[in-house]
Design a protein around this ligand. Structure first.
Ligand code: ADP
Length: 395
């Protein structure tokens, strides 16, 4: 193959095809006009002329038009090789035919010109097809290389960002710990000496330091989703939701929340990250329930090889313009005074879903409630799908 590629330029490209075309055109006129031993009708002369010159014309026009086709010029020699191969193959056949006893061509020059003309045109057709296929394969290869390079660059830049966020949030923890502990010391040692304003300012400072700690911890967690996650295993989402209910027990009781969990499947994933994801969604549904106690329903639906798990609430809902943006880091729709939070919970859910090869999205009507849905890959031993308790049976 390598050797063939090195030989290709030697046979020339488009010029060879054009030259062959001109040669057959000339041969056509030459052989048709040179008188033969017997008298020929005008029709015979015209037929011979059109057969040989016709082949020449096809090669001439085809070769001339090659730069206007979608064939890459580096594959033009492929076409000329096929034309020459066609001629050579025909000459070999004629040679073998000639070797047979009692056989011979009545007008050898004309016959050879006509037959090799036809075979060169056939070679041209095959060559064009071959060169087109090679051009497409070459383009696909180049596109693949480009895609791979872009993917590598993206992965590298993602890794660098993760390292930066991880290092920055890790390094910020230490000075922040100092600020917090000295603020608490001031509060303990000198708190009684402050007047009302002083106490209020100190309270703001302590609150600010605590908020910053929560944000840095959340950012650190966010930056470690890919690098410090556990191995995937079959995870029973009913157990995950049991844990979520236990962890949020006090808030659920205090707020009179109704949390209804339907039959849930087993999915393939990281149990800790999935618990974190559903805890964020349920905790948000409690937080943004509005004036009434929260009513939350968790359900599952099969979608091909995935499960779509939905967490539905009847809370305050989300403005359509904001429904995509709430998944960005630190994007909050309320001030800290209105509702506490770090603004990183949904960004974390998005990243966890992404690590599982899934997606997260929200459907919401302001004032009516929101449904957050997450698609996750079904576990290979997903018994719910097999028994058909939820959705159609697994394929
Ligand atoms: P946080 O809750 O800490 O502000 P999140 O990333 O969890 O951060 O949520 C981002 C924003 O999305 C919230 O500030 C809130 O405005 C909105 N949001 C999240 N969940 C709900 C929900 N269930 N109902 C209404 N709004 C929500």
């Amino acid at each position: 193959m390598e050797r063939q590629n090195r030989l290709l330029p030697l046979v020339g490209g488009r010029d060879t095809v054009v030259a062959l075309g001109a040669l057959y055109l000339a041969l056509g006129f030459g052989t048709a006009l040179v008188p033969t031993s017997h008298n020929e009708s005008l029709i015979t002369v015209l037929v011979v002329l059109s057969f040989i010159s016709g082949s020449g014309l096809v090669l001439l026009i085809g070769g001339y038009r090659l730069p206007h086709t979608d064939i890459d010029s580096q594959f033009h020699p492929v076409i000329s090789v096929w034309c020459l191969t066609g001629i050579a193959a025909m000459l070999v056949i004629l040679g073998l035919y000639h070797l047979q006893p009692d056989t011979g061509l009545s007008e050898p020059v004309r016959s050879i010109a006509i037959l090799t003309g036809f075979s060169s045109v056939a070679g041209f057709g095959v060559g064009v097809y071959d060169a087109q296929a090679k051009t497409h394969a070459h383009r696909l290869e180049r596109q693949n290389e480009l895609l791979e390079r872009t993917q590598r660059q993206l992965e590298e830049s993602n890794e660098r960002l993760e390292q930066f966020a991880s290092a920055a949030s890790h390094d910020l923890q230490e000075p922040l710990r100092m600020v917090s502990s000295y603020l608490q010391l001031i509060d303990q040692e000198y708190g009684d000496d402050f007047d009302e304003d002083g106490e209020e300012f100190l309270e703001y400072a302590i609150d600010g330091a605590e908020r910053m700690k929560a944000m840095i911890d959340a950012l650190l967690e966010y930056s470690r989703v890919e690098t410090q996650g556990d191995q995937f295993e079959a995870v029973d989402l009913e157990c995950v939701l049991d844990d979520v209910r236990k962890n949020l027990e006090i808030r659920i009781e205090e707020t009179d929340t109704e949390l209804e969990v339907g039959d849930l499947p087993r999915v393939e994933g990281d149990p800790n990250q999935l618990r974190q994801l559903f805890q964020n969604l349920v905790s948000n549904a409690v937080e943004y329930s509005g004036d009434e106690p929260a009513r939350i329903a968790v359900s599952a639906e099969r979608d091909g090889t995935e499960w779509v798990i939905s967490v539905e609430d009847e809370g305050i809902g989300i403005d359509p313009d904001q429904q995509e943006r709430i998944f960005e880091v630190f994007r909050r729709l309320h001030s800290h005074e209105e509702r506490p939070g770090t603004g990183i919970g949904l960004a974390l859910c998005d990243r966890i879903a992404e690590r599982h090869g899934g997606e997260i999205w929200v459907d919401s009507d302001p004032g009516e409630g929101s449904t957050f849905s997450v698609s996750l890959p079904a576990a290979s031993d997903d018994s719910l799908a097999r028994t058909g308790r939820i959705g159609p049976p697994a394929e």
